[in-house]
Design a protein around this ligand. Structure first.
Ligand SMILES: Nc1nc2c(c(=O)[nH]1)N[C@H]1C(S)=C(S)[C@@H](COP(=O)(O)OP(=O)(O)OC[C@H]3O[C@@H](n4cnc5c(N)ncnc54)[C@H](O)[C@@H]3O)O[C@H]1N2
Ligand code: MOO
Length: 401
């Protein structure tokens, strides 16, 4: 096996190359939230389907802007006016109601005075005169592609799909995930923890990070540093699409993940990436199943899950853009020159500037929990000054793409 750590981009490309698309499923619209469209979404209707009023007021004939007018009827949302509007006539109209045939102006209620069925102008008529009319097809037309394949369905996309006439969407199945954390020192959350033990936090952290991205999540740990226990846990992973392990990925006598995976029949794709934290990342496959072996240190686990696991889960669902998104921010203080691996430094971003946390240890959860971003610091980069631009990844809610 090649043991030279891979550059980050190459390692990510190799993980994405292992991502087999899950099958598409016709899914009731609200259950499609957070999923990725399997095909382009075409509008089944035109929106608005006819010219609608954007204001409460009065519909007038085109060019008939001086008044006074006789009010001859009403067009309310869901209850259109049946007739036409002629010169000297006005139709009471509400927001969202159909503009009557032959009308070309909606006068705002605030610009008028009504006395019985007589209406006079008190303010200024709209300019241009069609200003308060939403034209037919303003939003989209029947047959338009309103969302491309690979779009993640969020609240806005859900509303658009419903407006476009859909009650169900074709989205990819969310991958089944097994989370296997291992280590003799690990104690289940909340139990008494002697000094030679450690609460097992990675399983829950990873479960939280994949929330919404994975379908069924099997929790298989914490498992002891014992080959037979690991064998049994891998059998319990069954046909999970992705198996994520945490811990035991390094070179110690008790780092048994690699031998356990070999016994289970997995083939290593690569081991080690030139990043800090997270160097001992292991990626393997067994048929179509993908194994992402994360280092045990909690910050290393988090960073590698953000950079590899979440993109894999997105890519398996056909995400158009599976890798984490980068943004630019400006350092509040200097950063020393880059180390031998690209570093992901925990930091706090205020919307413009970013403050690197001085604590860089890959076990330090307090500094990570006080951070909302990772700052990329390239290998061997020159020292940076306050105000210099850096690339950041937002990590609130477990990481964003
Ligand atoms: N001789 C070398 N030693 C180490 C190397 C190396 O290259 N040569 N790499 C270091 C790096 S970098 C990392 S990262 C760690 C990764 O080690 P493992 O993946 O084998 O992880 P463990 O040794 O099992 O655990 C590391 C650390 O994390 C704690 N841990 C493990 N699982 C959990 C969990 N579920 N919840 C919370 N904390 C967990 C564990 O107790 C250890 O403290 O190896 C270095 N060593
Ligand atoms: O790479 Mo380790 O993840 O630096 O601590």
């Amino acid at each position: 096996m090649n043991r030279t750590p891979l550059p980050l981009e190459e390692a990510q490309a190799r993980v994405l190359a292992l991502a087999a698309l899950t099958q598409a499923q016709e899914t009731p619209i609200e259950a499609a939230l957070g999923r990725y469209l399997a095909a382009p979404l075409l509008a089944r209707r035109t929106q608005p389907a006819a010219d609608l009023s954007a204001m409460d007021g009065y519909a007038l004939a085109p060019g008939d802007l001086a008044g006074p007018w006789d009010i001859v009827g009403e067009s309310a949302a869901g209850h259109p006016f049946a007739g036409a509007v002629r010169l000297g006539q006005a139709v009471r109209i509400s927001t969202g109601a159909l503009v009557p045939d032959d009308a070309g102006v909606v006068l705002c209620q605030e610009d008028t005075k009504r006395d019985g069925n007589r209406l006079t102008l008190t303010g200024t008529p709209p300019k241009p005169e069609g200003r308060h009319i939403r034209r037919k097809g303003l939003d989209f037309r029947d047959g338009d592609t309103v969302l491309p394949a690979g779009t993640r369905i969020g609240a806005a996309q859900l509303a658009l799909a419903i407006a476009a006439g859909h009650g169900a969407l074709s989205v990819h199945r969310r991958p089944r995930l097994a989370i296997l954390d291992s280590g003799d020192e690990l104690i289940a959350p909340g139990l008494p923890c002697p000094p030679d033990r450690l609460p097992a936090s990675n399983g829950a952290m990873l479960g939280a990070m994949v929330n919404g991205l994975a379908g069924e999540v099997l929790r298989l740990g914490p498992v002891a540093d014992d080959l037979h226990a690991l064998d049994a846990a891998l059998v319990r992973a069954g046909d999970a699409d992705v198996i994520v392990t945490s811990g035991g990925a390094s070179v110690g006598d008790h780092d048994l993940i690699q031998p356990a995976l070999a016994r289970w029949g997995a083939q290593v794709d690569f081991w080690k990436v030139a990043i800090r934290p997270g160097k001992p990342l292991l990626v393997a496959k067994r048929g179509a199943q993908v194994v992402i072996g994360l280092p045990g240190n909690p910050v290393s686990s988090f960073v590698t899950a953000h950079l590899f696991l979440l993109p894999l889960l997105r890519a398996m669902q056909g995400a158009a853009d599976p890798l984490p998104r980068e943004a630019q921010a400006y350092l509040t203080e200097p950063l020393g020159s880059g180390a031998d691996r690209r570093e992901f430094i925990r930091g706090w971003w205020d919307g413009h500037d970013v403050m690197p946390r001085p604590m860089r240890d890959s076990s330090a959860l307090a500094a990570m929990a006080a951070s909302n971003c990772l700052i990329e610091h390239d290998a061997h980069a020159p020292a940076l000054k306050a105000g210099d631009p850096v690339r950041i990844h937002l990590i609130e809610n477990g990481g964003s793409a």
